[in-house]
Design a protein around this ligand. Sequence first.
Ligand SMILES: [Zn+2]
Ligand SMILES: [Zn+2]
Length: 331
Amino acid sequence: MATLCSGCSNTYFDTIQVYLRDDAAATKFLKLHGVLPNDVQCPNCKLPCTYRASKHSWYCGRWKKIAKTKRSKQCPYTRSDYKGTFLEGTHLKPSQVISFVNHWLHKQWNHHTVIKILNFAPTTSVDWRSFCAEVTERWLENQEPIGGEGIEVEIDETLFIKRGRFTKQLWVFGGIERLTKKCFLVPLLNKDRSARTLVPIIKKFIKPGSVVYSDSWRAYKQLCDQGYSHFVINHKDHFVDPNNPKVHTQNIERLWLDLKQWSKRPGIRQKFYKQYLARYIFLHTYEEEKVLHHFFVEAARVYPPSGVPATSSTSSPEQSTSSTQASTSSA
Ligand SMILES: [Zn+2]
Ligand SMILES: [Zn+2]
C-alpha cells in the first residue's frame, strides 16, 4: 500500500504554476492523495495490474495456460484509472480537474473565468461545481464536535434573508470555539428553533464540560442540565456583560457577519444554501494553503478508488449522514 500525503501546502498560484498544464504531476498529486488508485488487483488472477500512464488505465495481460488446448492466453483484464473515483466518467485531464478544484476553492470563484482560462464548456463547469459541492457537503455532514472540559464556546442562531420577488429565509444554528475558532454550522431546514431541535444538535456538536455562551433565547434555558456551564448575555441590555466581560457572543456574531457578506452575492438560490454553507465552512476551517490537500483527502474518502469508503475514526459516513439529516431536515 502506497503512503499517502499527510499534509501539503499549496497556494492558489503555486497550484496554477505546477498543475495547470502538467498531467504527469497532476496524476501524481491525485495518487498521492488517494483520489486515484496506487495499485489495482486483477480480479481474475488476484495479482497486481500494470499501470499505463498514457491511457490512464490498468491492465493485467498475464499469460495463462489453457489446460484443454495447451495453448496460452493473455488475461484481458483492463480498468480505467478513474473507475469509481472522483474522476469517474470524465473526459477531463487530471491537470484540468486540479485546476478547476483550485479555482472552486478560491474565494473569488467565478464561473466565467473557469470557462475562459481552463477552457471548460459551460455545462462541464456547472457539473464540476456540483461534484465539488458534493465533497464539501459530505464533509459538512461529518463535522466534528467542538469544545470540551473548560473550553469556551459561543452559540447562536441567525436568519439569512434573501430579498427578491420571493423573499427566501434560512435559519442557521452554529457554535464556535473562542480560542481556536473551530466551528460547526447546521442549517435548520424546518425553521424550528425550539429546544426540541436545538438541544440534540448542541449535544451532538458540543462536548460536555464546555463553557457555553449564548443570548437569552429560551431554547437554551436547559443547557445547565445537559452537562455544560452556561452563561447568558441579554442583548436587550448589553452586548458584553458589564459585570463579567467574558460573557458575550461576539465571535459567533462576527462569523455571521462574514457569512452574510458571502450570501449577499447574486445567484445563490435557497436550494443551494446548504452547498454554499458547506463550501464556506470548509474554507473557514482550513488555512488557505491547506484547503487543496484537505479537499482531495475528502474526495478520496467520498469516492474511494477501491469502492469501499475508508472507515473514519468515529463512524461510517453513512451513519453520520443519516443522523445529521435526522436532526436538520424534514422540512
Ligand atoms: Zn497533501
Ligand atoms: Zn489477470
